[in-house]
Design a protein around this ligand. Structure first.
Ligand code: NAP
Length: 371
């Protein structure tokens, strides 16, 4: 079904991870547009949305029952678009299933593109993927109507997270509560910790490279603490295009669901007078080496992006469980990448690299444990 042409019925939307931050905001967009969108199916993990739909799948990814029902839901001929918002590597299988069945995919889960970007983009083909991440939605919007050869570089903005503005803070000592206290966005715990380590930006550089087919060395990062400019594109003639707005994920969600239309009043407009004092800074890669690590892993390939992603997921989990210090997260990822013997680029190789990294981190994280 071509969602880019007119449909004479509401679009059937599946939401993977409906109880989460992105999931709830997607339900809000659906609820406010009943004549255009219909909740066709959803997944719930430990929490409940108390929603009804043609499919309601409850449980944990990796359980056979859950995975089988999710596959049936996302490949159902009546499903038009799948919003992927279950964090981490576990979102790869349903994303691939939806793409292979020819569905539109609105992707929030950047980890999917980090671990298997080439395979995912190949499965998406001409249709491509509709980004939900605010930075990538911004770049996508800046690229509409532009030729790829006119692009000089992509500039992904970073809020800097809770620690960037405090250079004297000892990152060995920061608590889980401090790391979860994001200055601008209210998000799930995994991405909030990734924002504090700046690994989120590393993942986003790889995500942008795959989504927009731009070489890694032409995807750059700058710190913009106000999170109003969601990202920029620099063109060969010297022009810069940016997309701006208040931090509100309902905008990129609406852009992804309604493309190529724009949904009237998706979010309240941003008064231009409020936009004074926007700041932009270079990223201090010494204090926050995650972006460099991510870039190196993606350039080296052969399963390393999957190792980066899986080691990071495990290390963030260990930090949230108060088993390792904050500074141990990136250290662990670096050690895993250094120890990885190298693999291949098939789906099986990637899954093997993912398994290897998780086992490596579980074995090694004992040595990083907080006292
Ligand atoms: N939040 C944002 O503003 C934002 C922005 C850009 C990109 N993203 C990306 O979007 C993805 C989702 O982020 P989020 O902030 O929405 O996360 P979140 O608030 O933690 O929500 C995660 C959702 O996934 C479900 N889930 C988690 N583990 C699961 C498992 N093992 N099996 C089945 N379901 C599981 C959760 O279910 P229960 O809670 O019911 O257990 C919940 O519905 C992440 O990849 C993130 O990087 C988020």
């Amino acid at each position: 079904m071509n969602l880019r042409g007119p449909l004479n019925r509401p679009i059937n939307v599946v939401v993977l991870g409906a109880t989460g931050s992105i999931g709830q905001q997607t339900l809000d967009v659906i609820d406010r547009n009943p004549s255009r969108l219909r909740l066709f199916g959803l997944t719930e993990g430990r929490r409940s949305t108390r929603r009804q739909a043609d499919y309601l799948v409850q449980g944990q990814a990796g359980d056979v029952d859950f995975d089988t029902q999710v596959e049936a839901m996302v490949t159902d001929p009546r499903c038009d678009i799948v919003v992927v918002a279950i964090p981490g590597a576990r979102a790869l299988a349903p994303t691939m299933a939806a793409l292979t069945a020819g569905k539109e995919v609105a992707l929030a889960t950047k980890e999917v593109l980090v671990m298997a970007g080439d395979l995912v983009m190949r499965a998406a083909g001409e249709r491509g993927i509709r980004p939900v991440d605010s930075e990538h939605s911004a770049i996508w919007q800046c690229l509409w109507g532009e030729r790829r050869e006119s692009v000089r570089r992509l500039i992904v903005t970073a809020s800097g997270g809770p620690f960037w503005a405090h250079p004297d803070l000892d990152l060995d000592q920061v608590s889980v509560e401090q790391a979860l206290n994001h200055p601008r966005w209210s998000m799930g715990p995994k991405i909030t910790v990734d924002s504090a380590t700046l690994m989120n930006k590393g993942l986003e550089v790889i995500e942008a490279h795959h989504l927009f087919a731009i070489p890694l060395d032409r995807v750059t990062v700058c710190v913009h603490p106000q999170s109003v400019v969601h990202s920029l594109v620099e063109f060969v003639d010297g022009s810069l295009k940016a997309q701006l707005g208040r931090p509100d994920m309902r905008l990129p969600i609406s852009v992804a669901l309604f493309y190529p239309e724009r949904l009237p009043d998706a979010v309240p407009p941003t008064p231009i007078e409020e936009l004074s004092g926007l700041e932009f800074y270079a990223l201090d890669e010494e204090r926050f080496p995650s972006v460099r690590l991510a870039r190196e892993a993606a350039a080296a390939g052969q399963g390393r992006p999957a190792v980066l992603n899986a080691a990071n997921e495990e290390a963030v989990g260990a930090f949230l469980a108060r088993e390792i210090p904050f500074s141990g997260i990136v250290r662990t990822v670096e050690q895993a990448l250094a120890a990885f013997p190298g693999g291949g680029d098939t789906l099986q190789d990637i899954l093997e690299a993912d398994r290897w990294a998780r086992e490596y981190v579980r074995d090694k994280s004992g040595s990083l444990k907080t006292k």
